[in-house]
Design a binder for this molecule. Structure first.
Ligand code: NOJ
Length: 461
């Protein structure tokens, strides 16, 4: 069994993660303003089955029950995101006391349950009002985001010590502004690159704002990172893989770690790059306490002449109806290959190429077709995924990677963005009609891992 193979580092945190839009619902309750995701999901045909986050997992009403489930599992920590327009309906100015009150009570309940809150400031639900003013493509967003960060640090920072500025900027920048499959649904490469640069500058300003308000807090950013492999041994596929790495990984990692945007990608995308000043680069490189990493699998890259400038395509682009096995390998309902060594490879890369900066795995998990039988959900594939990946995290730690925590994606079934509610990633099953929760067998397995590893993690072994 996994924990017997490699020990847990002392102080290692085991948690679960969620995001506001995916679970809360209550989309216009108690003074909440609309977000770009409310707007996007309400456009016909944008989301599978025309699902929306209007109700989602109904966490806005069932949050106490949800914290009780977390307590049952024995989580050390819970990563959740704050809905910016719930707190600031217009994105700036007047605070919605009821909206902030929701998070205030959630934080108190978590702490009373012995669960550390890890708060993400931005998990993709920009206030619609700010989008109307240009959203992330307008330079103004930098100050708006920093003000929002300062507000939360001042109101919650007496109790919240761990902060994540942005969740997966690559995804909201390019899927939202280049491919148009996420909010705000734009397909504009010039805008996309401006959005990327503004998002990273906003991140730097937010780190500084939180530190100014609460010097004792620990602040990071969460990136989506995957190891990439060429589909074949040909030079064309290998070169495509190199470009994919520049575009998907190093485009963000390098500037965050003070190296600026890689020269090669600047050349390749020179038509689209906005003006970048030395001050901007210094801002982006504002020191972070930890790098948050979301990682799910490796990505297989092939040369594709049809894709302008980058000339590449990735295997993750085709999403099936249900999970399947190909050549003896399990895939999830998201078309994600179950490949545990990938998490080791990502961690080893940060160790080898980015100074072994402290890492927290802020997301890792799997979606499978779950069925309720006799009031129970047996999910052996999710358990195998969890055991396999966590084992590789511990393997990496044993090999010297400074990895400090692991958060399962996700606590409960939710609204999986453009895929709607059919892709279930949760440790807890949610009946989207009644709102009923059923902890799956994987929740019991995670509880067992947490309990059994406690002595080692607390240094009593
Ligand atoms: C990454 C995103 O942060 C999260 O919102 C999403 O649900 C998971 N990956 C699974 O696709």
């Amino acid at each position: 069994m996994m924990s017997a193979e490699y020990g847990f580092p002392r102080g290692f945190i085991l948690g679960a993660a969620t995001a506001a839009y995916q679970i809360e619902g209550g989309w216009r309750e108690d003074g909440k303003g609309p977000s770009i995701w409310d707007d996007f999901a309400h456009r016909k045909g944008k989301i599978a089955n025309n699902d929306t986050g209007d109700v989602a997992s109904d966490h806005y009403h069932r949050w106490q029950e949800d914290v009780a489930i977390m307590r049952e599992i024995g989580l050390d920590a819970y990563r959740f995101s704050i809905s910016w327009p719930r707190v600031l309906p217009l994105g700036r100015g007047a605070v919605n006391a009821k909206g902030l009150g929701f998070y205030d009570r959630l934080v108190d309940e978590l702490l009373a349950s012995g669960i550390k809150p890890y708060v993400t400031l931005y998990h993709w639900d920009l206030p619609l009002e700010l989008q109307k003013q240009g959203g992330w493509s307008s330079n103004d967003i930098r100050s708006r985001f920093a003000e929002y960060a300062a507000l939360l640090a001042s109101r919650l920072g007496d109790r919240v010590k761990n902060w994540i500025t942005l969740n997966e900027p690559w995804m909201f920048v390019f899927i939202g502004h280049l491919l148009g499959m996420h909010a705000p649904g734009l397909k504009n490469p010039w805008k996309a690159m401006r959005v990327l640069h503004n998002a990273l500058c906003s991140h730097g300003m937010a780190v500084q704002a939180i530190k100014a308000e609460r010097p004792d807090s620990s602040v990071g950013i969460t990136l989506s990172l995957s190891p990439l492999e060429p589909a074949t041994d040909t030079d064309r596929d290998k070169e495509a893989t190199h470009r994919a790495d520049l575009f998907m990984n190093r485009l963000l990692l390098d500037p965050i770690f003070g190296r600026g945007y890689p020269e090669e990608i600047r050349r390749l995308l020179r038509l689209f790059f906005p003006k970048v000043t030395q001050e901007d680069l210094a801002l982006i490189a504002t020191p972070i306490d930890f790098l948050g990493v979301n990682t799910y699998t490796r990505d297989i890259i092939r040369y594709d002449w049809r894709v302008p400038f980058l000339h590449l395509w990735s295997s993750i682009s085709d999403v099936p109806e249900s999970d399947f096995i190909r050549n003896g390998v399990q895939y999830t309902t998201m078309g994600v290959e179950v490949y545990p060594p990938s998490i080791y490879q990502v961690l080893a890369r940060i160790r080898d190429e980015y100074g072994n900066h402290p890492v927290v795995i802020t997301e890792n998990g799997s979606s499978f077709t779950d069925v309720v039988q006799n009031g129970k959900v047996d999910d052996p594939k999710r358990i195998a995924y969890l055991d396999g990946y966590l084992n590789e995290v511990l393997h990496a730690a044993a090999d010297g990677c400074d990895v400090r925590g692991y958060f399962v994606w996700t606590l409960m079934d939710n609204m999986e963005w453009s895929f709607g509610c059919a892709k279930r990633h949760g440790l807890v099953y949610v009946d989207f009609k009644s709102g009923q929760r059923i902890p799956k067998a994987s929740a019991a397995r995670y509880a067992e891992i947490i309990r059994d590893s406690l002595p080692g993690r607390h240094g009593h072994k």
